[in-house]
Design a protein. Sequence first.
Length: 297
Amino acid sequence: MSDAIAQLLHSATATLQTAGVDTPDHDAKLLLAHAAGLSLRGIDMLMLMGRALPESFDPTAYEAMIARRAAREPLQYIVGAAPFRYLEVEVGPGVFIPRPETEIVVQAGLDWLTENGIRNPRVVDLCAGSGIIGLSVASEVPTSEVWAVELSETTYAWTDRNRTKIASEFPGVGERYHLILGDATAPETLRELDGTIDLVITNPPYVPESEIPEQPEVRDHDPELALYGGSADGLRIPERIIDRVASLLRDGGALVMEHDISQGPALCDYALVHGFGEARTGNDLTGRPRYLFAEKR
C-alpha cells in the first residue's frame, strides 16, 4: 500500500515540476495530507508502515488540488491556511499570504519591548492584511493592547475572520485586539491614539511598481493593493506610513517596518527628517536588508 502512496506522490510531483513549481515534492505531499485529513508526518507513517490512505480520501479531489497548484495558484489558498510564528491563519483570494521574513520583523518589535521593559505595550499594526502581525503580538504578549488597521473591505473580512479564530484559541485576545477599517496613512485614522503608542509594526505595500514580481503566485494572486508601494520606486506608501507613525508614537516609541531590499537607505534618511531621532536597517535571516527600525525623538 505504501507503494500506492509513493506512486501517487511521484505522479503529482512530476506534474508540479513540469509546471515550474519551486517545491513540487513538498507541495504534492502537503496537498495529499490535506486531502486525506492527515499531517505530513501522518503520510510518512502510512508509507513507513505500508498502510493505505483513509477511506475518506478522495483521489479526484486530490487531482483537482494538484491541477490548481500546477496552474500556480498559491498553495496556501488551496489548503485555506498559512502558518505564522505560533499561529495559523485562514487565507484565500483577496488577502496577502504571510511570508517568513515578516516573522523577523515581528520579532524585532517584541525584542525592543523586552529590552525596554515595556510590560503593558500599546501596539499598532498598520496595513493588517490577514492580521498576523497584530494577532501575534496580542497572543504572545498577554498584557498588550493592539490596534490594527486595514483598508480593503475584502481583506478586512479575512482579518476579522482570523481575529475570531485566534481569539477562540487565546483567551483575552478578543478584548485586546481592536480592528479598524480605514486608511492607515490618513491623519484621522486612530487620531485619538496620537502620542500614546509604544510600538508600530507594519508590513505596508512596498513593491516598486517598476518591478512586477515574476512568480505567478505573487503576480497573479496577491492583491495589488497589498503589493505595490504607489510609485515606481515603491516608496510613496512607506513614506506616508512613516509620517503617520511619527504622530501615533509617544516620544521614545519605535517603528518596525518591512521594506524591499532596495529601500533601506532611502527610508532611513526619510525617517530621520520626519520625526525620528534614530533609524537603521535590519536584516532577515539570509542577511538581506528587510526592515526599518526607527525610534521617535
